[in-house]
Design a protein around this ligand. Structure first.
Ligand code: NI
Length: 249
């Protein structure tokens, strides 16, 4: 039977994760106490076996950080795309409208607008374009995306209805994507974007996932903006308050 050890003893032997700032054990004794205390609560009786697994996971994190980016992987894309509706629902459903209907000023979007935009993308962008690539290749350009299409999607609907609609459309699209059983040679097929020119199906699907993340990022920024004055001088320490702008829709 593996001997019980104190998890605190091995933390100092870990690779340079603590130097990367994620845990920051070094600088602040209060924070160090809190982090170690939290770990002690979470991991009350670590064994060598579990400790080794824990260290192995941290080593993997360090290795991932060394790599700049990952190649497109369809299963990883689907994993991300599957989670976005629930993430948005958890954050936004029944949240007071003062969070969800406010924007960053004239001609900017609220969280409500952004969900409408994501719905419009499910209807007109990702899978319709994937179908065009598979059917016509480069010979038929995609329809230009309507960046104001969300206005029609939102009319007369509550945020709860929009979140439900987004979840339903996303589930339908992912069911269709899985049914296609795309192979590597399919992912390398090329289509024609009306302004970017030739693009691959792989890049289109990777963009679908990154587009979710860009709008999660935007929602975070729009909502944080509402407390720009409320946080007072702390705004200088909040990265979300320093973000200069969002990519085009
Ligand atoms: Ni967008």
């Amino acid at each position: 039977m593996a001997r019980t050890i104190n998890p605190r003893l091995n933390l100092s032997a870990l690779p340079s994760v603590s130097d990367g700032g994620a845990f920051a054990f070094g600088g602040c004794p209060i924070r160090r106490f809190c982090v170690v205390g939290l770990l002690t609560l979470i991991l009350p009786r670590q064994t060598f076996a579990t400790q080794n697994r824990y260290n192995h996971s941290l080593r993997k994190i360090v290795v991932y950080e060394w790599r700049s980016t990952m190649q497109h992987n369809l299963q990883n894309t689907i994993s991300l795309l599957t989670r976005t509706p629930a993430a948005l629902n958890t954050l936004l459903h029944d949240l007071p409208e003062t969070w969800t209907l406010r924007n960053e000023g004239e001609n900017t979007w609220s969280a409500f607008d952004i969900i409408g935009h994501l719905i419009h993308g499910e209807r007109t962008d990702w899978m319709p374009r994937a179908r065009i690539v598979l059917q016509f290749g480069e010979t038929q350009a995609f329809e230009p995306f309507d960046r104001l299409g969300h206005v029609r999607e939102m009319q007369g609907k509550s945020l709860g209805q929009l979140l439900d609609e987004f979840a339903r459309l996303r589930a339908e699209n992912l069911a269709e994507l899985r049914t296609l059983n795309l192979r590597q040679e399919d992912l390398e097929r090329r289509g024609r974007h009306p302004s970017l020119g030739v693009v691959t199906l792989s890049a289109l699907l990777a963009t679908w996932a990154a587009h979710d993340l860009t709008h999660l990022h935007q929602i975070s920024r729009v909502m944080a903006h509402q407390y720009r004055e409320a946080v007072g001088p702390w705004s200088a320490y909040l990265g979300v308050m320093q973000c200069a702008g969002h990519s085009s829709p």
